[in-house]
Design a protein around this ligand. Structure first.
Ligand code: PXP
Length: 262
């Protein structure tokens, strides 16, 4: 008599973690001198050649880095999805509708901030965001809301009609880099809980802001997160190791983190 076979356990299959590369700060360097170099579209093409799954660019009201013509060229020249980051203003909705990117990420925007400092006030701005999300969706864009990692804001995002949330990882990354262990633990727990809530509500979950190799490796282990959007660190690393190498190392860090979640 042969021994009964142990049942086959199929490995949990997680959705692939996509890497969106934000090329805003290539434009920041270009604009420091005026002129056309370095070209953010060239950076986008190089990022895709190195393994980026998509390109993100933020057209700010003050055009401090990416300009309208960059967005038009990105849409025309890149072969991977374009994620158009923008404030929910009439001007930006008109531009996004014309350019028709694959995705739009709505972010809060204040002129005086150096970078996107917090998440959208989805509860307070419900009446504004809901029709904007609907209009962008009609134009064919997959709309995400950049939000603080709380269950309440994730639920409010769904109520506003967004199919995707991008969780703001900035506070966690700051605490992690500063070695503030307790604060980092607390912030990470908020991200994990918000990601769980997104999955429960049927929302696609992204994450981004302030990520480096170490923090990307850690956040990659949250199973419901399917996309990371990373810019400043990668463009900075590119100065030292080149953009392709920086993206390769980031991809490896993400894959390592993802493997731990299985
Ligand atoms: N996601 C969103 C919505 C952002 O606003 C930014 C910053 O532009 C990023 C991701 C990327 O952040 P970082 O440049 O710090 O990697």
């Amino acid at each position: 008599m042969t021994a009964p076979r142990s049942p086959k356990v199929s490995p949990v299959s997680l959705p692939r973690l996509r890497l969106g590369v934000n090329i805003d700060h290539v434009a920041t360097v270009r604009n420091a001198r005026g002129g056309a170099l370095p070209d953010p579209v060239r950076a986008a093409l190089a990022a895709i050649a190195a393994g980026a799954d998509g390109i993100t660019a933020h057209l700010r009201e003050d055009r401090r880095h990416i300009r309208d013509a960059d967005m038009t060229r990105l849409k025309a020249e890149i072969s991977k999805p374009l994620n158009f980051e923008m404030a929910a203003t009439d001007e930006m909705v008109a531009i996004a509708t014309r350019i028709a990117p694959h995705a739009v990420c709505l972010v809060p925007e204040r002129r005086e901030e150096r970078t996107t400092e917090g998440g959208l006030d989805v509860v307070g701005q419900h009446a504004r965001l809901k029709p904007v999300i609907a209009e962008l969706a009609r134009a064919g864009a997959r709309v995400s809301l950049f939000v603080e990692p709380t269950r309440e804001v994730v639920a409010a995002s769904r109520a506003a009609g967004a199919p995707v949330v991008e969780l703001h990882t900035g506070s966690w990354c700051e605490a992690f880099v500063a070695g503030e262990t307790e604060k980092a633990k607390h912030e990470f727990a908020r991200i994990a809980a918000a990601a769980d809530e997104a999955a429960k509500l049927g929302l696609e979950c992204h994450a981004g802001h302030g990520l480096d190799y170490d923090t990307a490796r850690i956040v990659a282990a949250i199973p419901s997160v399917v996309e990371l959007n990373i810019g400043h660190f990668l463009i900075g690393e590119a100065i030292f190791v080149g953009l392709a190498e920086a993206i390769g190392r980031m991809r490896a860090a993400m894959d390592e983190g993802r493997a731990r979640a299985r």
